[in-house]
Design a protein around this ligand. Structure first.
Ligand SMILES: [Zn+2]
Ligand SMILES: [Zn+2]
Length: 295
């Protein structure tokens, strides 16, 4: 729409950016948000509808303008590799980095991707064509170091504290071996996000959303347009809010709002959703959410 971008979610963690969906014009929003393309390492695509993937070539070309940006990983439905490779071949655009594809298949594991800081899960959804939803989990962090406990075990402040914090065992001068569990608390869970758009209600949504800090769910229609939601394979805002409440999410952000609603109607969508779940809001362009670490 003239004043609303297509749905796309950038998750930034320690300078790395994981992007979910790239419809037409995503690179414009990207530039406006001043995210910087060096950080973009991964793109997860839900499905091959234009409003979720037509922005990939533009984003890839933009990324090729920086020096040595490093590999890009693209996750997505069957056909995503063909779409990107054919676009690149036909448009003859150059990239100065390798692109790795991970396509969903019937025997694909539930974990689509893992690096040294996150794990991304995928599940199939129920739309007018094959569509995936994603769950993004930060790996759990080591427990808190307990300095009092360390001192009482006869370990003075020094390099041994660092070793224990890195998970290494140490041997004291008296020969006693100290393992990290003796001075470290239990591991702390990582932060979790779900990204679920273009679907009807299905149990897989709950697998993706269960207990996440923030669920980005589609809120395509007002409840009075439920028939269209059903016919076009989308959720209404009240369905999305009810799913969020049942899945025990911390908060829900409704995205992918139908173009039939103008900016003035967004409050109406939000009010309808709030009747089912208190911690819900309608997502707006360039909204920024900081998710605190779990204690
Ligand atoms: Zn779609
Ligand atoms: Zn869509």
């Amino acid at each position: 729409m003239p004043n609303r971008l297509l749905t796309s979610l950038a998750v930034r963690l320690n300078g790395r950016i994981y992007l979910f969906d790239a419809g037409e014009g995503t690179q414009l929003g990207w530039k406006q948000a001043r995210l910087g393309l060096r950080g973009l390492k991964l793109l997860a695509v839900t499905h091959l509808h234009a409003d979720h993937c037509l922005g990939i070539p533009g984003l890839m070309m933009l990324r090729a303008q920086i020096d040595d940006p490093g590999p890009l990983t693209i996750l997505g439905p069957p056909g995503i590799e063909l779409f990107v490779r054919q676009s690149q071949a036909l448009l003859e655009f150059y990239t100065n980095y390798p692109v790795h594809f991970i396509e969903w298949s019937n025997d694909a594991p539930e974990t689509a991707y893992q690096d040294d800081q996150v794990r991304i899960y995928w599940q199939t959804l129920q739309h007018t064509r094959f569509c995936l939803g994603y769950r993004f989990e930060e790996l759990e962090r080591p427990g808190k170091f307990n300095p009092q406990q360390a001192k009482s075990l006869g370990i003075p402040q020094g390099p041994n504290w660092g070793r224990l914090q890195r998970g290494e065992s140490i041997t004291l001068e008296n020969g006693r071996e100290i393992s990290p569990e003796l001075v470290m608390g239990s591991p702390r869970p990582g932060r979790r996000i779900a990204y679920v758009v273009d679907t009807r209600t299905t149990k897989n949504i709950y697998r993706l959303c269960h207990g996440v800090d923030v669920a980005f769910l589609e809120g395509m229609f007002l409840p009075e347009h439920a028939e269209q939601a059903e016919a076009k394979g989308h959720l209404t805002v009240t369905e999305a809010a009810r799913i969020a409440a049942r899945a025990g999410v911390g908060r829900a952000v409704l995205v992918h709002i139908s173009p039939r609603y103008d900016a003035a109607q967004l409050d109406q969508l939000e009010a309808a959703a709030k009747s089912r779940f208190e911690h819900v809001q309608v997502g707006r362009d360039f909204d920024f959410f900081q998710i605190p670490l779990h204690p």
